[in-house]
Design a protein around this ligand. Structure first.
Ligand code: GDP
Ligand code: MG
Length: 164
């Protein structure tokens, strides 16, 4: 079984952009992977020779109702299936209460979580991402611009590295 990487975060942080970036050179998009539930979006991706499954999710907004509850539910299932969780936040929008609720949930899981500040293109990234250290998840906030393929390979190499 290939390693599984889940993309989670509130809506509009760039999860699907990253998913498309990772999977678009592959024709195995949304294939049938036995053992994985199919109501989430799965793709196969490869970074520097390492193949993996990536799961896109609809997003988590916080106080869930209706369609939001369904999106959150599938995000939680994706987290459960993942070997590594990429928790995306928006470097331009800054920290939100939805980010904080997701962080609270992730802190209670025994998953390898990477906080990923997306959309660092054209901004002062180091100062923009400083507040995300308060999420209390690991000692690094990874900086990427999914739309411009910046920081993506480096991030995936870390996420896919065997746990030492
Ligand atoms: P999702 O709801 O988390 O799946 O977010 P999307 O992937 O749909 O992206 C939401 C918006 O953010 C879209 O308008 C994207 O074009 C934009 N976006 C995604 N990645 C980047 C990025 O690296 N830089 C900038 N400036 N915009 C981005
Ligand atoms: Mg999306």
């Amino acid at each position: 079984m290939l390693p599984v990487v889940a993309l989670v975060g509130r809506p509009n942080v760039g999860k699907s952009t990253l998913f498309n970036r990772l999977t678009r050179t592959r024709d195995a998009l949304v294939a049938d992977y036995p053992g994985l539930t199919r109501d989430r979006q799965y793709g196969q991706a490869e970074v520097e020779g390492q193949s993996f499954i990536v799961i896109d999710t609809g997003g988590i907004v916080g106080n869930e109702e209706g369609i939001d509850a369904l999106m959150a539910e599938q995000s939680l299932m994706a987290i459960d299936e993942a070997d590594a969780v990429l928790f995306l936040v928006d470097a331009r929008a800054g920290l939100t209460s939805a980010d904080e609720s997701i962080a609270e949930y992730l802190r209670k899981q025994s998953k390898k979580v990477f906080v990923v500040a997306n959309k660092i293109d054209g901004i002062d990234a180091d100062s923009a991402v400083a507040e995300f250290y308060h999420l209390g998840l690991g000692d690094t906030v990874h900086q990427i611009a999914a739309a411009h393929n910046r920081g993506v390979t480096q991030l995936l190499n870390l996420a896919l590295a065997p746990h030492i």
